[in-house]
Design a protein around this ligand. Structure first.
Ligand SMILES: Cc1cc2nc3c(=O)[nH]c(=O)nc-3n(C[C@H](O)[C@H](O)[C@H](O)COP(=O)(O)OP(=O)(O)OC[C@H]3O[C@@H](n4cnc5c(N)ncnc54)[C@H](O)[C@@H]3O)c2cc1C
Ligand SMILES: *[C@@H]1O[C@H](CO)[C@@H](O)[C@H](O)[C@H]1NC(C)=O
Ligand SMILES: *[C@@H]1O[C@H](CO)[C@@H](O)[C@H](O)[C@H]1NC(C)=O
Ligand SMILES: *[C@@H]1O[C@H](CO)[C@@H](O)[C@H](O)[C@H]1NC(C)=O
Ligand SMILES: *[C@@H]1O[C@H](CO)[C@@H](O)[C@H](O)[C@H]1NC(C)=O
Length: 534
């Protein structure tokens, strides 16, 4: 029962919070008004398309904010942008940059929203999101073997558009079709064509970017230093990339795929161990990666164990593949019955994890297959891990729930490209990349803490087995544990630790470029390249 006294107090609380929320609403709508005013009067950008600006009061605000958050850890985050803009035209982006500068907002730009740490939509200071969802045009020139892709497009849309025009062309980028080309290409970007054609960023030949002064620049206009920086250095430190011009690559009309899972009991340890010696040296038409996970246990009738799946694309038919495998990796015991021939575009559906026989249109589906709460980390391996080292990994896997370790072999084309060619420095000398990933369902902070601690523990365990000085990491598997900028004027030496891990010797040049093109550090985040002039 509520006494009159308590009731009075409650009324008071209700009244105070009502007043607060009213004044907050007035205050924040004033901010929005000012901003929109700035966009329309000063920059004449907003005459027609007010439907592309969303305030927290807009019915669609929440939907748009949540729609492409890939890591569900950030679903209930309290970090909310003052506005979300979904531009149809570049002039709207120019206006957002200039008005944000004037009014003291930070800008976060979002393409596919897959950033592991949510940097494209989370920010600790007042900010505005530019969501590129309406800038997804793709123009393919088959004769020239090039394409222009707007940065809001997804990898799946790009692969699909290429395949509509030609079955013997493709593009070397990641496996997950909902990843955005905006974030992916600017962080490097690799997938199953890596050993033959390198990274997505290696195959970018021009770009349009809006700089901190609102200027639209192509490769010639921005100059080679800035064009270098945005291909692997993370675009969000330098400007907003509008579109990429890419070089298409050639694929044979028929490729072959296989997936061969082996549990510890079936000899996984010896096979993974052996794989380390050969995967980076195989013919460059052959890419065999390993996905390690734990299987069985509680909800199944099988004993819990660790399984290594050998998952492969071969740029050719089954016969040649079997001969190659028989020569270089007979231990796996691959036979023709384990292999399937298909077109390259069908292989992108296969590697995205869709059911056999799914229509190619699944590549366009933006409801994201892998949405989950997760934490990931990465390493590069330069010397094979001994068998007992692998066994230590398995032991730790058996202690956790949903965990994965993906081992992507390098070598081939990757060895031919110098470390300083673009900011992505992980070239010759790397046998393979590892991505560690833990997923969970629980919402409680305690559970999150437990899973995140598990992956940190695994990362510590791996230290003796992976690259050193620096212990290298892949920018696109962003990990804020590596270090963050604590304030807007973070210095070179403060950022050097995490910067060297992602970029090695290229970090210095990235800082020089940043200092030249955005010396006031307008384009910043927890892991943006610092400017040494601030
Ligand atoms: C399920 C899943 C699978 C993945 N598979 C692969 C894989 O196979 N290979 C691989 O290499 N990586 C893979 N990744 C990692 C992926 O490449 C990175 O997360 C990438 O940065 C995502 O790009 P995005 O545009 O989707 O993300 P966003 O979160 O939109 O952007 C990522 C970063 O880039 C910035 N950015 C985005 N667009 C622009 C732009 N137009 N101009 C300037 N800056 C911009 C953002 O501000 C943010 O800092 C995967 C990620 C997930 C979640
Ligand atoms: C490979 O083919 C052999 C022979 O048909 C079969 O016994 C085995 O189960 C297959 N393995 C896989 C993973 O398809
Ligand atoms: C595999 O190699 C062995 C030994 O080199 C050879 O005898 C056999 O014929 C080869 N098999 C195939 C299918 O190439
Ligand atoms: C977010 O909040 C909603 C409502 O409180 C809750 O049902 C959901 O489980 C939460 N999700 C996450 C990822 O924390
Ligand atoms: C950076 O800025 C903060 C306040 O914004 C200030 O306290 C600090 O001294 C500055 N640091 C450097 C290295 O300039």
């Amino acid at each position: 029962m509520v006494t009159p006294e308590v009731k009075g107090k409650m009324n008071h609380i209700v009244l105070v919070s009502l007043l607060l929320s009213v004044s907050w609403a007035t205050y924040s709508s004033k901010i929005h008004e000012n901003f929109i005013q700035c966009m329309s009067t000063e920059f004449n950008a907003y005459t027609k398309s007010f439907q592309t600006i969303f305030t927290p009061q807009s019915p669609l605000y929440s939907y748009i904010l949540q729609s492409s958050k890939q890591n569900l850890r950030w679903l209930n985050s309290t970090s909310k942008p003052h506005l979300i803009i979904t531009p149809f035209h570049e002039s709207e982006i120019q206006a957002v940059i200039l008005c944000s500068k004037k009014q003291g907002f930070q800008v976060r730009v979002r393409s596919g929203g897959h950033d592991y740490e949510g940097l494209s939509f989370l920010c600790k200071t007042p900010f505005i999101i530019i969501d590129l969802v309406n800038l997804r045009g793709i123009e393919i020139d088959i004769e020239d073997e090039t394409a222009w892709v707007q940065t809001g497009a997804t990898l799946g849309e790009l692969y699909y558009a290429i395949a509509k025009r030609s079955i013997v062309h493709g593009f070397p980028a990641g496996l997950c079709p909902t990843v955005g080309v905006g974030g992916h290409f600017t962080g490097g970007g690799f997938g199953i064509l890596l050993r033959k054609y390198g990274l997505a960023a290696d195959n970018v030949i021009d770009a349009y970017l809006i700089d901190v002064n609102g200027r639209i620049l192509d490769r010639q206009g921005m100059g080679e230093d800035l064009f270098w920086a945005i291909r692997g250095g993370g675009g969000a430190s330098f400007g907003i990339i509008l579109s990429w011009k890419i070089k298409l690559i050639r694929v044979p009309p028929t490729v072959t795929v296989f997936t061969v899972p082996k549990t510890i009991e079936q000899g996984a340890t010896k096979l993974v161990h052996r794989w380390q010696y050969i995967a980076g040296k195989l013919h460059e038409d052959l890419f065999i990666r390993i996905v390690i996970q734990n299987v069985g246990g509680e909800s199944t009738s099988n004993k819990k164990t660790v399984e290594a799946s050998f998952n492969s694309l071969f740029l050719g038919g089954i016969d040649r593949l079997i001969t190659l495998m028989n020569d270089s990796f007979p231990e796996l015991g691959l036979v023709p019955e384990n292999c399937t021939e298909m077109s390259w575009i069908e292989s992108t559906v296969y590697f995205a994890g869709f059911q056999k026989g799914s229509p190619l249109e699944v590549l366009l589906d933006k409801t994201q297959l892998y949405k989950a709460k997760f934490k990931a980390k990465s390493d590069f391996v330069t010397e094979p891990i001994p068998e007992f080292g692998l066994e230590g990994i398995w032991e730790r896997f058996l202690e956790e729930g949903l965990v994965f370790m993906i081992m992507d072999p390098f070598g081939g084309r990757m060895n031919e490209i110098p470390e300083s060619h673009i900011p992505f420095p992980h070239r010759e000398g790397n046998l393979y990349n590892i991505q560690y990933l833990v997923k969970w369902d629980e919402d409680e902070a305690r559970a999150t803490h437990k899973h995140v601690n598990w992956i940190k523990m695994l990362y510590r365990y791996m230290k003796p087995y992976v690259s050193r000085s620096p212990r290298a990491a892949y920018l696109n598997y962003r990990d804020l544990d590596l270090g963050i900028n604590k304030h807007a004027n973070t210095s070179y030496s403060e950022a050097r630790d995490w910067g060297m891990k992602y970029f090695k010797g290229n970090f210095k040049r990235l800082v020089q470029v940043k200092s030249k093109v955005d010396s006031e550090n307008f384009f910043r985040s927890e892991q943006s390249i610092p400017s040494i002039h601030t």
